[in-house]
Every structure is written in structure tokens, then in C-alpha cells.
Design a protein around this ligand. Structure first.
Ligand code: C2E
Ligand code: MG
Ligand code: MG
Ligand code: MG
Length: 279
């Protein structure tokens, strides 16, 4: 009886696992084809200055609309591309596309691009980025790269070296999702980051948990002592915005000021901002 049930469970799990495995292989094949034929697009989420709410730039966020499955969350297919050794190729497409967009938008609007740990460790990255900038005649200081604390799990000296060479091109590097990962405070004094982005989970929880306000206060102080800017992500309400501004955060990003927008809608936002500035 117990033996039989055990066999049944084992059988159930093995077929479940098998179909999960088959599904993953299918998605991997689709991703490979999508990368080869560039079936992606970028959405652009606005960043505004905390002090006067002027538009300062956008974060580019990749989107993959699978023909049958629809929207696939970026963290899912980014992890797959990394595993499959295709992240450099996919990441290069993102950088090229961001530079193409920047060429159409006026200074001083910036575009931030997320780069994965697999990209940042590659010694070829600074050259590839500088070629993309040159192709579109965009100065390095209009492009920002965002990395997460995960970059410090690998070969740190290669990573730091790549980041320093990127900074020499005038490119800003932000430490993304700050506060959620491994303790990376020890890396802040390496002079490679120009900005810290406080993770949205802290920002939103600051409304209910006093400890999070204290954490954000100390992150801001830490950043200032290293001459870094601070962005708060995931700002959804006017209260979140005012709290972050009063805590000394420089830049605000979140649904309150805009969801990720298509290139066309982001371009309209840039234009209406420019018009407002002239008026
Ligand atoms: P991230 O870089 O931290 O990007 C911010 C994420 O928070 C985005 O999710 C954005 O849509 C979402 N978000 C923005 N404002 C709000 C808000 O007010 N409330 C809430 N709840 N969420 C908000 P998305 O686009 O799904 O991207 C998820 C992650 O995928 C990104 O996190 C980034 O780590 C990664 N990713 C996206 N595009 C790329 C890419 O081109 N390359 C690489 N390597 N990673 C990417
Ligand atoms: Mg980011
Ligand atoms: Mg983030
Ligand atoms: Mg995040």
C-alpha cells in the first residue's frame, strides 16, 4: 500500500519534471531564435529630479513578447540567456538600441541600461560600448549602466577593471537594487559607482516600517560621503515621493511619475518637457 503510493508519487513527479524540462527546452529554443532575429523592444521609464520634478532621463527595460506565451518577465529570460551563453549578444542589442534612441533625444536626457554580471566581466565591453556610442554620435556621459550587487560574486578584479574603463568613457555606473543583495558596502569606496539606486521594496515599506526610513537615511548619508547620487525606485504614491525627497534622495523613479513607456510615448514626454522649459 505505502509502497504503491510511493511509486505513484515518484511517477507523478517524474512526468511533471519531464514536462517542465521539455517546456524549458522549448522556451530556450524560442529565446535562441528571438535573439538571432532581435524580437525584442525597449520600454523607457522616466526619472525625475526630486527637487523640481524635471525629467532627467529614462531607464531602458527590455521586453520580449513571445508569439504564444505573451509577456515573458525579463528576469526569467535574462537568466536563461546568461545560462545559454547568449547574454553578451542580447546585452549588445540593448546597448545599441539605447544609443540609437539617445541620438534622437536632446541633451541632457540620459538613458540607463541594465547590464548583467556576465556582461560586465567581459574585457571587451568598454570597446563595444564606445563603438556603439560612436556609431550614433552620442557622448558617453548620456549613457548610464546599472549593475546589481551580483557582479561582485565573480572575478572582482576583472569586473572592477571593466567598470573603471567604462567610467573613463564618461559613462555613469549605478549600483541597482541597493539594499536587497549581499553586503556590498565594501565596494562603494572603489570609486566606480556614480549612483546608488535604492530598491523599491525599501521605498514602499518605508510608509509602514520606521526601520526602513532609518535604513534609507543611512544609505543617503553613505552615498553622499562617497559623492554618489541617490535614486529611489518604485515610488508609487505622493507620500513615497515626499518622504524620499525629504530624506535627501536626488532622483525619483516609479509608477507615480510614469510606467515604462514605448519609444514613441517617451519621445512625446521628452518633447513636452522641452516645450515646458522654453515657456
Ligand atoms: P530593475 O533594473 O530594478 O528595474 C526596475 C523594475 O521595477 C522594472 O521591472 C520596472 O518596470 C519596475 N518598476 C518601476 N517602477 C515601479 C513601481 O513604481 N512599482 C513597481 N512595483 N515596480 C516598478 P521589469 O521591467 O520587469 O524589469 C525587472 C528586472 O529585469 C530589472 O530590474 C532588471 O534587473 C532586469 N532587466 C530589465 N531589462 C533588462 C536588460 O535590458 N538587461 C538586463 N541585463 N536586465 C534587465
Ligand atoms: Mg535597473
Ligand atoms: Mg532596480
Ligand atoms: Mg529591481
Amino acid at each position: 500500500e505505502a509502497k504503491g503510493a510511493g511509486r505513484g508519487v515518484a511517477k507523478y513527479f517524474s512526468s511533471e519534471l519531464q514536462s517542465e524540462q521539455e517546456d524549458k527546452v522549448r522556451l530556450e529554443n524560442d529565446l535562441r531564435a528571438a535573439i538571432a532575429s532581435k524580437q525584442f523592444h525597449l520600454m523607457y521609464q522616466p526619472l525625475v529630479a526630486a527637487k523640481d520634478q524635471r525629467l532627467v532621463g529614462f531607464e531602458a527595460l527590455i521586453r520580449w513578447e513571445h508569439p504564444e506565451r505573451g509577456f515573458v518577465p525579463p528576469p526569467v529570460f535574462i537568466a536563461m540567456a546568461e545560462e545559454m551563453g547568449l547574454m553578451m549578444e542580447l546585452g549588445q542589442w540593448v546597448i545599441e538600441e539605447a544609443c540609437r534612441t539617445l541620438a534622437h533625444w536632446p541633451e541632457p536626457i540620459t538613458v540607463a541600461v541594465n547590464v548583467s554580471p556576465k556582461q560586465i566581466v567581459m574585457p571587451a565591453l568598454p570597446n563595444l560600448v564606445s563603438q556603439a556610442l560612436a556609431r550614433h554620435k552620442v557622448p558617453g556621459n548620456r549613457l548610464e549602466l546599472e549593475v546589481t550587487e551580483g557582479v561582485f560574486l565573480g572575478d572582482n578584479s576583472a569586473t572592477l577593471d571593466t567598470m573603471k574603463r567604462l567610467r573613463q568613457l564618461g559613462i555613469g555606473i549605478a549600483l541597482d537594487d541597493f539594499g536587497t543583495g549581499y553586503s556590498s558596502i565594501g565596494y562603494l569606496n572603489k570609486a566606480v559607482f556614480h549612483k546608488l539606486k535604492i530598491d523599491g521594496s525599501f521605498v514602499r515599506e518605508a510608509s509602514t516600517r520606521e526601520e526602513n526610513v532609518a535604513i534609507i537615511k543611512s544609505i543617503v548619508q553613505l552615498a553622499k560621503s562617497f559623492r554618489m547620487n541617490v535614486t529611489a525606485e518604485g515610488v508609487e504614491t505622493a507620500e513615497d515621493f515626499e518622504r524620499m525627497r525629504d530624506l535627501g534622495v536626488d532622483t525619483i523613479q516609479g509608477y507615480l511619475f510614469g510606467r515604462p513607456l514605448s519609444y514613441e510615448r517617451a519621445t512625446n514626454m521628452v518633447a513636452s518637457f522641452a516645450a515646458r522649459k522654453r515657456a
